[in-house]
Design a protein around this ligand. Structure first.
Ligand code: KIV
Ligand code: NA
Length: 266
């Protein structure tokens, strides 16, 4: 298969071929995802929670992101590699450019992701103008947990929904190439997906997005016990192996079977 590029993701949206994305943090799991046909891999700052055992993503540093991104990059051949800019790692253009240089130039990512719009739009424009592919991320933005007061669905009321629609368009206009929608009602996620030319990748955002992403540990059933969020499906149960779980996830996303209705929010 051809190496996944930004234009290929655009084409997949146009052809309504869903994009299957997972997070990874090391080379071995990255290699298994590559073998399973995952289209895009995200080194998320969720590593602060799933790898470092913290209660939020806020303490993750650019050095942490570079280390894990470089490790993941060594395991991948085909998937597009996206890496998160950490909390306050794009508070100024200078910091964002430094982060992009390290994640793309040093570690081997092909795209950086940052959360929110507002002041971030300026940074997205700055990066995109310098040919750094950018993925936006709106809805539930975990780096805002202190302000949000917890992790919950965003955009159920019409004011927030209108802001999310406007933010999505503004991010596209600023030059973003991809947009993650996290924990937004399925109908709103579908509307935003229709509004945009760039692909949307949903997590807890229903089946109408152009692609899906899950945290690797979540979809392997590691870590949540009985408090698993509703958008998570355990793909290891019944698959028999980690690689089979990744393969089933890819097949189910490509076929539009995952997420099912019960994995989304009204
Ligand atoms: O850090 C992460 O894993 C993410 C995804 C959940 C989108 O940002
Ligand atoms: Na993240």
């Amino acid at each position: 298969a051809a190496v996944v590029t930004v234009p290929l993701l655009r084409r997949m949206k146009a052809e309504q071929r869903p994009i299957a994305m997972l997070t990874a943090y090391d080379a071995s799991f990255a290699r298994a995802m590559d073998a399973a046909g995952v289209d895009a891999v995200l080194v998320g700052d969720s590593l602060g929670m799933v790898a470092q055992g913290r209660s939020s993503t806020l303490a993750v540093t650019l050095d942490d992101m570079v280390y894990h991104t470089a490790s993941v990059a060594r395991g991948l051949r085909r998937p597009l590699l996206v890496a998160d800019l950490p909390f306050l790692g794009y508070a100024t253009r200078e910091r964002a450019l430094d982060g992009a240089q390290r994640l793309l130039g040093e570690a081997g990512a092909s795209m950086v992701k940052l959360e929110g719009a507002g002041p971030g739009l300026d940074v997205v424009r700055c990066l995109a103008e310098r040919d750094v592919p950018v993925c936006g991320h709106i809805g539930l933005t975990p780096q805002s947990v202190l302000k949000l007061g917890g992790y919950r669905v965003q955009g159920r009321d019409s004011t927030v929904a209108a802001r999310l629609r406007a933010d999505a368009l503004a991010l596209q206009e600023a030059g973003a190439s991809l947009l993650v929608l996290e924990c937004v009602p399925r109908q709103l996620a579908g509307e935003i997906t229709q509004l945009l030319d760039i692909p949307t990748i949903g997590i807890g955002a229903g089946a109408s997005c152009d692609g899906q992403v899950l945290v690797m540990h979540d979809m392997l059933g590691v870590g949540h016990g009985s408090r698993r969020p509703r958008f998570v499906k355990d793909f290891l149960a019944g698959s028999g192996s980690v690689e089979a779980a990744f393969r089933t996830y890819v097949q189910d996303v490509h076929a539009g079977v995952f997420p099912a209705h019960e994995h989304g929010y009204d």
